[in-house]
Structure formats: structure tokens, C-alpha cells
Ligand binder design. Structure first.
Ligand code: AMP
Length: 175
């Protein structure tokens, strides 16, 4: 499966100079979608994953597939203000300003191993924020999975210790 062909690339989105890797074109391509889900599950076959934390919003899609297929709990990491119950919160830096993610505190059972799932790793700041919440809750990060990696943005500096897994990497090419 050539996953690259299944990923839509949109130059200058959401602003000039950014090449946006759009994974929604994987979901409209059933063989590519099936391949991505199968590969994700294969990579963690021997990793004792107790549950999944999926990141809003494209991370929800792959995270839901992992949880349903392997029979583990699915916990959502949402943008601030969306979750109704008592939450853990973590802020992180964006290129301009900052953002905050929240997780329902009651959902993050302590002492478990959580796999964090998102669509793309750029600087790694988003995933690092979620990893910090998991560790603050007394749990462990079992791994980090993302369909796409942009290693030239040096995400290994932030999240290398969690041994992130990606299915395809891009190295700063333009289209
Ligand atoms: P970061 O925290 O820098 O690793 O950014 C990761 C988040 O931003 C992911 O949830 C992605 O959905 C989104 N993102 C960042 N850069 C891109 C890009 N070039 N194409 C698509 N999504 C991106």
C-alpha cells in the first residue's frame, strides 16, 4: 500500500508556507483506511496496551478503531471547555500563543498503560502535553502512534522517550 498516494497535500493551509497533510483522504479510501488500522494494531501487538487516549479531532478516528478492535477503553483528550465532568488540564505552546487539552479525570485509571493516538506529529508539543497528563494521573505511556511524522521539526527532542511510531514520514518536501 502506497500511503503517500492516499494522503491529500494542501499547500499554504491554514496559512502561507505550511504544507498541510490531510488524512481525511485516507478515510474516503477503504483499502488505505484498512491498511492504516491494521498496521497500527500490528505495531502494538506485544505492547500490553490497557487503553487508548485519542486526541481531538482526527486522532479520535484512529483511536476509536484501535479501541474497538482490541477491546480496550477509549479516552478522549479534548480542547478546553468541551468535556462536562471534572478534568485534568495541560497547556502547551503553539507557534503563536498556547492551547489547552483536557481529559476526564475519572476516565484515566491510574496504574494503566495508555497508547496515545493522533493523526500527525509536527513539533510533538500536543502529544507531550497528553503524555504529561497521563503521568500526572499516575499512569504510564505505553507508546505514541500517529499516521504521519514530520521528523525535521525535531519532535524526538520532546517525545523520543515514548518511542513514537508513524506509518509515513515527510522530510520537508514541498509540492
Ligand atoms: P504538534 O503539537 O506541533 O506536534 O502539532 C500536531 C498537531 O497539529 C496535530 O494534531 C496535527 O493535526 C496538526 N498539524 C500540525 N502540522 C500539520 C501539518 N503540516 N499538516 C496537518 N496537520 C498538522
Amino acid at each position: 500500500m502506497d500511503l503517500d498516494k492516499a494522503i491529500r497535500k494542501v499547500p499554504d493551509f491554514p496559512k502561507p508556507g505550511i504544507l498541510f497533510y490531510d488524512i481525511t483522504s485516507i478515510f474516503t479510501n477503504p483499502p488505505a483506511f484498512r491498511y492504516a488500522v491494521e498496521q497500527m494494531i500490528l505495531r502494538y501487538a506485544n505492547n500490553n496496551v490497557d487503553g487508548v487516549v485519542a486526541i481531538e479531532s482526527r486522532g479520535f478516528l484512529m483511536g476509536a478503531c484501535y479501541a474497538e478492535k482490541t477491546g480496550v477503553p477509549l479516552v478522549l483528550a479534548r480542547k478546553k471547555g468541551k468535556l462536562p465532568g471534572k478534568t485534568l488540564q495541560q497547556s502547551y505552546d503553539l507557534e503563536y500563543g498556547s492551547a489547552t487539552l483536557e481529559i476526564h479525570e475519572a476516565d484515566l485509571t491510574p496504574g494503566k498503560r495508555w497508547l496515545i493516538i493522533d493523526d500527525l506529529i509536527a513539533t510533538g508539543g500536543t502529544l507531550q502535553a497528553v503524555a504529561e497528563m497521563i503521568e500526572r494521573a499516575g499512569s504510564e505511556v505505553a507508546g505514541i502512534f500517529s499516521i504521519i511524522g514530520l521528523p525535521f521539526l525535531n519532535y524526538m527532542d520532546k517525545i523520543g522517550k515514548y518511542k513514537p511510531v508513524t506509518l509515513i514520514d515527510y522530510h520537508g518536501e514541498t509540492v
